[in-house]
Design a protein around this ligand. Sequence first.
Ligand code: SAM
Length: 273
Amino acid sequence: MSPESAVPADSEIVLNHGMPTAARVYDVMLDGKDNFEIDRQVAEASLHVMPELKEIAQHNRAILHRAVRLLAAERGITQFLDLGSGLPTARNTHEVAQEVNPDAKVIYVDIDPIVLAHGRALLEDNENTRVVTADLRKPVEVLQHPDVLALIDFDKPVCVMLCGILHHLADDEDPKGIVETLRDAVAPGSYFFITNFTRLSDSRESEKLEQVLLSQLGTGRVRTPAELAAYFDGLEILPPGIVPLPLWRADQVITDATTIGVRFMTGGVGRKP
Ligand code: SAM
């Protein structure tokens, strides 16, 4: 894209075009237009080791839509905290939630200021949705951010969305501890929706991808099913459990569940009792 034309002018927003970012590389995977040559190079190297990544990104968006719809329509959730929300794309969290309940509140949080730049333009007329630039590695700061507190009432249940973000935190940044901090802060009856890269025990592709992402993007840890399950500690996991994304309350038939495209990301929803 042309940075000058595509990103709204905003004196607070400084975009670094010289370094790839997770938000923009993911945008490439979703065939978006909000990315730069440096992001496309990382995407190309990643697709070289795992050609299914575009399909996987689509599965990740599709489970997000199913989970948000379920929680808004069947579990009475009216507040969504979408952490590591990424660039606006086709059907965002607020569109799905507010289709069910126009009063649903949605906060998008992302470390990448490009998300705020695009989100502001998209959400100009939506008083129930805000975009916040903040770092999930400082979860207390996220929870206490004035824009978060302006919309979210933490005395009431909230859906905390950690969709495709925890693998961007390094082991020494303590992703499990961050989830626990969030879990302890939210009201009983809150939900956690989590999806993640998952180590494949029977193939080398997941490790190869991790090497490409860590060396070229600086983040992208592929974790074991046991590590992912631990994020749900203290939560009641909704059926069908923590499973490959297309198998979670699928709305279409998956004819072959053995492919890397189906299995590389897993996820689920847990409820705080
Ligand atoms: N949640 C969206 C989805 O699943 O479709 C986007 C996922 S995208 C792969 C991961 C996002 O997490 C990126 O937009 C990236 O900027 C954001 N991110 C990475 N580290 C973060 C951090 N420490 N705090 C907040 N956001 C972060």
